[in-house]
Design a protein around this ligand. Sequence first.
Ligand SMILES: Nc1ncnc2c1ncn2[C@@H]1O[C@H](COP(=O)(O)OP(=O)(O)OP(=O)(O)O)[C@@H](O)[C@H]1O
Length: 789
Amino acid sequence: MLSKFRQWLGNKNQREVKNILAHILPKIDKYYKSIQDTKALDQVSVELRTSLQEDSKRKEALYLAFAVVKEAVKRALGITMHDVQLIAGWILCQGDVAEMKTGEGKTIVSLLPAYWFGLQNKGLHMVNVNEYLAKRDYEEMSKVFKLLGLSVGLNLASMSEYEKRTAYLQDITYGTCTEFGFDYLRDHMVSEAEHRVQRALSFAIIDEIDSILIDEARTPLIIAGTSKAAPDLYYVCARFVRGFLEGRDYETDRESNQVMFTESAIRKIEAAFMIDNLYEVEYTVIYHYLLQSLRAKVLMHRDVDYMVADHKVHIVDAFTGRILEGRQFSEGLQQAIEAKENVPLSEENRTHATITIQKVFSLYNQIAGMSGTIQTDEEEMRRIYGLEVVSVPTHKPIIRQDYEDIIFLTKEIKYDRVIEEIRKRHAQSQPVLVGTTSVQQSEDIANRLSSLKVPYQILNAKTEQEEAKIIAGAGLKGAITIATNMAGRGTDIRLGEGVAQLGGLHVIGTERHESRRIDNQLRGRSGRQGDPGSSQFFLSLEDELIERFAKDEAEEFRESWQWGQEGFLGGKLQGFMGTVQRHVEQQLLSVRSMVFRFDTIIHDQRQAFYQQRNEVLQSEEWPARLSHSVVSYMTAFIHKYCPDHKVPEEWDIWQLKREFGAEGPFLHNIQDWQNSQKIIDQVVVEWTNRWDAYIAQREPSYWKQIWRPSYLQIIDRSWLDHLESLQQLKHGIHYQAYAQQDPVQAFQKEAWRLFNQMGDRIQKIVARKVMQELRDSTNEPIQRMNQVV
Ligand SMILES: Nc1ncnc2c1ncn2[C@@H]1O[C@H](COP(=O)(O)OP(=O)(O)OP(=O)(O)O)[C@@H](O)[C@H]1O
């Protein structure tokens, strides 16, 4: 059944491509021929902007737009776009995902939808995975947009508010997914609407969409505020766990990446910190600090998970090999690592705003994306994001030779063989790219080569500054480039003179990644645009993936096979490696689905909150808004203590007066305690009279100057508290699974209850503040509760 379905999908995919080829491309071509003599392509853009306004002309306008871009690319870059590139561009304009094999020229393809959406005066965001690529594409592609008369901007993390706003005002804005997301969050934290930098989010073209929507999905963007960590305690805890031993003091669950103290360690801690029971609530903080220190010691590895530079700890992203700029490990883990590394502690972050990358892109009216490696996750794209994936055939057949994996018994033997292979290829002057999974691993290989006096260049998070130079040299004769995943996606290694004759670039993978897509990205640095090239993975039974997820199974292979210094090629072992990798992919998928489901609930709340906040920011109706808060506050109390479903004799009037406290005067004149609506009416009249008198004394500017900032402060603080409650709720909710409850449903119910509570709390604080102000201004003697009763 399933295979039939796949077949149908396959056919549908082919049908779509054939349809574009047969019916769309000829029309584009007609326009293409007709504009050959047109000098000013920017003039065509002006006309297109107008035709776009009329629905009846849009289709033809789109054909013309493609033709114009094709011509501009030829004039500006000297490149003639292939038909398959036009097909991919067409797919993107429909809001789908185009899968084009690595090296097929997606950067140029993206110009087609960028131009089309850019003409629509709403702003298009070209989303890259990192700033290096954003900057590279911006610089290179600006030449084309200039000819076309479209404005282009670049949005970088280091830019000022003014520079960013200018970048966002252009027809097309290049930038990274994280920065677009951070700007969105920051725009919802401003105290003046003029400080916002983005326009309404309209269109986004996402390059490497699998990296952005799938790999990035695990770490949300967090804007953190500053609250000083307790430095001493972190240092004490770091020192304390330093001597802890696995088995004796702690246990590790490698698969889920968790650590826990043993009972004997707990007793040690209790004795050292002189406490009776570490599990008591009052010791939660110590327990948390200790656990984070233990995680820092056991699970977080220098030059793998993080790097230390300039006395700071930087996160290294496993998927891209790059430093995650501006991000920190959360919940005190950052400080625990800093204490372990003995560098100054950064300020502990209190989440001020957070969003996941997936949700950032759900805010756009239309998105489209492309990748060389998305087919394996087609189902996820459709189910979670509602995006269809269409595979585009290659321009020329891929002739890269992907050799079978070689699997060795130990890492040591594997690395020996990797070095041998590098030297063998190097002796023939063939350029080699060695892919590693961490900075540490890249340095290990580099050291081995150094000791053999073999020249190489190294690309990892430490040499990021020289990235462009290293890449430019990586395809030259005799080049050896050792790289982390930084030389994965997007990196365009061009072959030097005579390299094609030597077999092109040879890629060596030294470990399988957590997903096949990342492996394929690495292979895809070679064999681009029909070039020759080859790739091979060298693996061992001691590799990280095996150690973490398949230790027992690997043991069987270790014992029952005849291992020597030579490895085994492909076969059953390669199958085993593949199975482990798919198992990991599945596990990651279920984590993502869970994160996504939780996040959808938080996202709905964030949207509701941001909408309210925007209203506050732009409000001109301050007196009415404030008065409304007071009236709602009072009404809620009256309903609470004088509910309609009870007879007046049962009403708790005493408690009502008590709750009103200082506001007693509003209830003072009420004689008839029989009808709650009448009570409300009377209170409202009383309030309105006094409020009107108060308003009359104030200048119109008073409200915006005094009330807006206080109001914003109140709602922002409440939101912050709410975010923290949600965080705690999420931690706690997993236990619900034991009680046979769906944790997400339980979370949803409770999260909305908390959200409503936040609304009530805001109203209460505002109402009280308003009433207080009114009292202060009239200098009325405060009526004490007992005077009222
Ligand atoms: N139509 C074309 N004719 C000739 N060269 C082209 C054409 N289109 C793109 N190129 C070149 O092909 C190379 C690869 O392009 P690009 O880096 O955009 O590929 P990609 O599909 O984005 O690869 P990856 O999947 O690795 O990111 C570049 O050097 C580019 O200039």
